[in-house]
Design a protein around this ligand. Structure first.
Ligand code: PMP
Length: 356
């Protein structure tokens, strides 16, 4: 195999090598049975055991209370933008617009009823989280996005609401979370949990009982009672999730992950802040800086292009920022080793010395 590069892609993103290798083996031959995991029935005992173990490990890693269901669904995080109002929007719902995905969640919900954006930081190109807002208790739910993949912000703390719904796609499993404070948490797998095609949903059971009646395939309650096998689930993706959960346990669980992620983020932000202004972070409130997506700019477009070219040649790939932010976005999800960030920082310092 060619030397693996340090892949800073925002998603689908880098996965741990152990997870890739174990999954590749299981794809060809599952436990010496002469058949791969993607070739067996989703209603058979092999996949049953995989789904069951994935759920149990997920429950233990995230410390999920028994009052919650764990679902492995399809349709990406984007489909959740529809499912949430379809199931839970009766009177009105409140949305915090902290970035492009949060805005999309809100605009999607408007097709189903009274979805209100109660705060936005769009006017500042989402360079900080919206401030000075309060949700109302009469709202069916409050929707937030806890890590804004494009703009590099994250919630340092979580707001209070009886039904707090959170898109955690780009930070799931990167730090411990107080699951009991949320009504529903969802995340596309393709950044921190495995390949695209699986969405993890953690939902309070009591909400399912109160949900609106919708066609089974759009109903959380139906998926829960069918243990995520209402129809054929993304079986191989769920297998990779299981391997990722095993790997996460070996890293010391979510608190172990948080420690490593903090070290990586501090190293990178330290290099940005210590560059004498050559590199500038795009997030204006440092407490809200994401530990997953680190966004910064260079003095001009030519230097950005030159930096990206050198990075690529050094095996540091997919660093180009999203077009509405520009500059660099280094996505340093769980699977990015400290050595990858150290190599990036060394290049940044060397580049600034030569070009600054
Ligand atoms: N929410 C967030 C925070 C995201 O980063 C993304 C994808 N980058 C999405 C939602 C959309 O996810 P999907 O492509 O799985 O629908």
């Amino acid at each position: 195999m060619a030397q693996r590069v340090y892949n800073f892609s925002p998603g689908p993103a880098m996965m741990p090598q152990d997870v890739l290798e174990a999954s590749a083996r299981a794809l060809v031959d599952f436990q010496g049975k002469g058949v791969g995991i993607a070739e067996v029935s989703h209603r058979g005992k092999e996949f049953d055991a995989v789904r069951e173990e994935a759920e149990q490990r997920c429950r233990s890693l995230f410390a999920i209370p028994a009052a919650y269901e764990v679902l492995f669904l399809q349709g990406g995080a984007t489909q959740q933008f529809d499912l949430i109002p379809m199931n839970f929007l009766k009177g009105y719902a409140e949305y915090v617009d902290s970035g492009q995905w949060a805005a999309k969640a809100a605009s999607t919900a408007k097709a189903y009823g009274d979805a209100r954006v109660i705060a936005t930081s769009k006017a500042d190109n989402y360079s900080h989280l919206p401030a000075g807002w309060a949700a109302t208790a009469a709202a069916d739910y409050l929707h937030i996005c806890t890590n804004n993949t494009i703009f590099g912000t994250r919630c340092p703390t979580f707001p209070e609401h009886h039904t707090l719904i959170a898109d955690m796609s780009s930070e799931i499993a990167s730090r411990p979370i107080p699951v009991g404070r949320f009504g529903l948490i969802y995340a596309g797998a393709q950044k921190n949990l495995g390949p695209s095609g699986v969405v993890l949903v953690i939902v309070r059971k009591e909400l399912l009982a109160k949900a609106k009646k919708v066609s089974p395939i759009f109903s959380y309650a139906e998926h829960a009672s069918a243990q995520s096998c209402l129809n054929t689930p993304p079986t191989f993706g769920i297998y990779v999730l299981l391997e990722t959960f095993r790997w996460l346990e070996k890293q010391g669980g979510l608190s172990g992950m948080e420690k490593l992620n903090t070290t990586k983020a501090e190293l990178l932000y330290g290099a940005i802040d210590g560059s004498g202004g050559f590199y500038k972070g795009t997030v204006t409130s440092t407490a809200e800086r994401s530990h997953m997506n680190v966004t910064y700019v260079l003095p001009n477009e030519d230097l950005t292009t030159a930096f990206l070219k050198e990075a690529d040649a050094a095996g540091l790939v997919a660093l180009k920022g999203y077009r509405s932010v520009g500059g660099i976005r280094a996505s340093i999800y769980n699977a990015m080793p400290l050595a990858g960030v150290q190599k990036l920082v060394a290049l940044m310092q060397d580049f600034a010395r030569r070009k600054g």
